[in-house]
Design a protein around this ligand. Structure first.
Ligand SMILES: [Zn+2]
Length: 132
């Protein structure tokens, strides 16, 4: 068994993720500029250089719906890139089985295999429902 093919496939996805991250950062940056020039000045450099959790939290605190959505996706992208660095990308974070490449190609930030994702969504949906 060789991992070379997989490494190349992940390399392509890694590029997709990095491109997506840049697009999101630019979008968030623009949103902030439009919304509040003074705040944008405060956050812009930090967002452009390194989007860490604390910067992300600060922006969420601004309560901007559009930026919020972009930020959520950016967090997914960041998490996926972190998994690439850690060498765990392409494996389900729940059952540790390899995630089918088709799924990753369609959704590069997928962190779970299909069965685990379905289970996760079911569990998550139940949280919002009243108990017995
Ligand atoms: Zn799984």
């Amino acid at each position: 068994m060789t991992n070379i093919t997989h490494a190349r496939e992940f390399d392509a996805l890694d590029k997709v993720l990095r491109g997506r991250r840049q697009a999101l950062v630019d979008e968030i940056h623009e949103d902030l500029l439009k919304t509040d020039e003074h705040r944008a000045a405060l956050f812009a450099d930090g967002v452009r250089d390194l989007v860490d959790e604390s910067v992300a939290d600060l922006i969420v605190d601004l309560d901007l719906a559009d930026t919020d959505r972009d930020l959520e996706e950016l967090r997914d992208v960041e998490a996926a890139l972190a998994r690439v660095s850690a060498g765990t990308y392409g494996r389900c974070t729940q059952c540790r089985q390899p995630i089918p490449h088709d799924r990753l190609a369609a959704s590069p930030t997928a962190e779970r295999c299909q069965p685990c994702q379905a289970m996760h969504e079911k569990t998550f949906a139940h949280k919002g429902m009243p108990g017995l």
